[in-house]
Ligand binder design. Structure first.
Ligand SMILES: [Zn+2]
Length: 280
């Protein structure tokens, strides 16, 4: 176990070096990369990290536009694009495992890894700079900033191949007999979770948080976790879970970057949102 962990960390350092080396290159970008956490193969313990991408075509762009007009779910667009422009994960390809299994595999990619792959596809197709749109907090001006990917920081994945972390709550879930369930595991959210949760996030943050935790949590001793159980947790317990979730997902590109407003001279921090990543 300890040895695994060490190997894992070395792995991640290699990834970071790799990324920085590629980001510095001028025009030619590699097509082969490594995920940080990696994707779990459905119904198996296997975690795959190597992946290969191809450049976007006009057909990919068209598919994105059709998709975003029908329903404004950017998460769905991201998954669609990954499905098309990732051509290999480990030794699996859409040709070898079939379209349906491929779709399932791609939708299982943890969110920060999916965003990383999207940015690599974007860079291969459109170049190193991405455009960040933000609003100046001082004067309210709409600012477009061009940021080279090389200026974004990269954080290694700190977890293990289980893609889960354990938690202990203060009060926990109390059943009708008065038994308390305080311990369990939280897993990394994937592309499927993002697809399901994103529309809800736009409507009701609190509900989205409840559904997210319901999907990601398992409690020791409980077969099923329902939305009601998560809804009835204390705010403190919900915070423990939300903070753990945030911590677990803190890898890959750091989307916070300094923005300078030329209208009023203010410098502020802004963050790339999903929509800037998804080519819209
Ligand atoms: Zn300003």
């Amino acid at each position: 176990m300890a040895e695994n962990k060490v190997l894992n960390m070395q792995d991640e350092e290699t990834v970071v070096d790799d990324v920085l080396r590629h980001v510095d290159a001028e025009e030619e970008f590699e097509t082969e990369y490594r995920f940080f956490a990696g994707v779990k193969v459905p119904d198996s313990d296997e975690v795959l990290k190597d992946f290969e991408i191809r450049e976007m075509t006009g057909a990919d762009e068209e598919s994105l536009q059709v998709n975003s007009r029908k329903n404004m779910n950017e998460a769905r667009s991201i998954n669609k694009l990954l499905e098309r422009c990732i051509v290999r994960i480990g030794n699996l390809t859409p040709q070898t495992i079939g379209v349906d299994k491929w779709r399932e595999l791609v939708r299982n990619i943890p969110v920060p890894d999916a965003d990383y792959a999207i940015l690599m596809i974007r860079r291969l197709s459109f170049g190193n700079d991405i455009v960040l749109t933000s609003t100046c907090p001082e004067c309210g001006a709409g600012i477009k900033t061009s940021v080279p990917l090389s200026e974004l920081e990269i954080k290694p994945y700190g977890g293990d191949t289980s893609h889960t972390a354990t938690f202990t709550l203060r009060t926990g879930i109390i059943d009708k007999n008065g038994n308390a369930y305080k311990e369990g595991t939280l897993r990394l959210p994937t592309g499927v979770d993002r697809e399901v949760l994103l529309p809800l996030y736009k409507q009701n943050m609190g509900k989205a948080k409840t559904l997210m935790l319901t999907r990601l949590c398992k409690f020791d001793g409980l077969k099923v976790v329902t939305e009601d159980m998560i809804r009835n947790l204390s705010v403190r317990d919900r915070d423990i879970l939300t903070n753990l979730n945030k911590e677990m997902n803190d890898f890959g590109f750091d989307y916070n970057t300094e923005v300078y407003c030329e209208k009023c001279g203010t410098e502020y921090n802004s963050k790339f949102e999903d929509s800037s990543i998804s080519f819209q």
